[in-house]
Write a protein that binds this ligand. Structure first.
Ligand code: ADP
Ligand code: AMP
Length: 215
């Protein structure tokens, strides 16, 4: 399945819960790219500024990374794509790729969230520097200040969670990713879910939408 929605809608939060529920991998293209930056690989050095500014990396680069990832053994029973596809070109290439791999999509879950809420969500987001688990200083604070509950590693603020970058990412979302939502609206795959409210109630709404697909 694909999880799609504006930055800060809770895609990563929901994807990690759903991945544990269905025992399938959570594939976050943002996490994959940040790992390249962290390791200062050739790709990482090329995309560092692009990520910090909140622009999309090139379609060919991300398609190459996703194609390799989907061929790994842990994707045999399914996968959750978080943050991909994010442009019309990526959506069309994904369709062709998944046909070739004989792994058709079951559902595309759209998390709907108004722009005003997003700045609050993202300004207070913190992530574990080791395991990438996500926290929110107001809504989902760690038990010990600035430390991950799971591994105790320091929490950091993402380089793109600044007000300028957040605003740019919203513009990029409306311009480049909303057409992808429209692309999936023309198929039976799209499930629209409100991203406002408690994390648990959003998970329940997604699970019941997916149960209807499976039925
Ligand atoms: P995305 O992956 O869509 O960018 P995240 O899952 O990282 O979004 O969530 C953005 C921020 O909002 C994080 O700090 C997260 O802890 C918080 N968050 C996620 N879902 C909710 C929710 N339902 N209510 C309040 N805060 C939330
Ligand atoms: P995210 O973690 O999903 O918020 O993504 C963080 C950043 O990674 C984005 O602002 C882009 O710079 C880059 N990125 C993630 N996924 C994609 C994608 N599918 N296509 C292009 N760029 C991406």
């Amino acid at each position: 399945m694909v999880l799609i929605g504006p930055p800060g809608a809770g895609k990563g939060t929901q994807a990690s819960i759903l991945a544990a529920h269905y025992h399938i991998p959570h594939i976050s293209t943002g996490d994959m790219l940040r790992q390249e930056v962290k390791l200062s690989t050739t790709i990482g050095r090329q995309i560092k500024d692009c990520l910090a500014a909140g622009n999309l990396v090139s379609d060919s680069m991300i398609l190459g990374l996703v194609e390799m990832r989907l061929q790994q053994m842990d994707c045999r029973q399914g996968f959750i794509l978080d943050g991909f596809p994010r442009s019309q070109v990526q959506a069309e290439a994904t369709h062709a790729l998944l046909e070739r791999l004989a792994k058709p999509l079951t559902a595309v879950v759209q998390l709907i969230m108004p722009d005003e809420e997003i700045v609050t969500r993202l300004s207070f987001r913190r992530v574990c520097s080791e395991c990438t688990r996500t926290y929110h200083l107001l809504y989902n604070a760690p038990k010990t200040e600035d430390c991950c509950d799971v591994d105790g590693a320091p929490l950091i603020q993402r380089a793109d969670d600044t007000e300028n970058s957040i605003r740019n990412r919203l513009t990029v979302y409306h311009r480049q990713t909303e057409p992808v939502v429209e692309y999936y609206r023309r198929t039976p795959l799209l499930k629209e879910i409100s991203a406002e409210g408690e994390v648990n109630s959003i998970t329940q709404a997604i699970l019941s939408a997916l149960a209807k697909v499976a039925a």
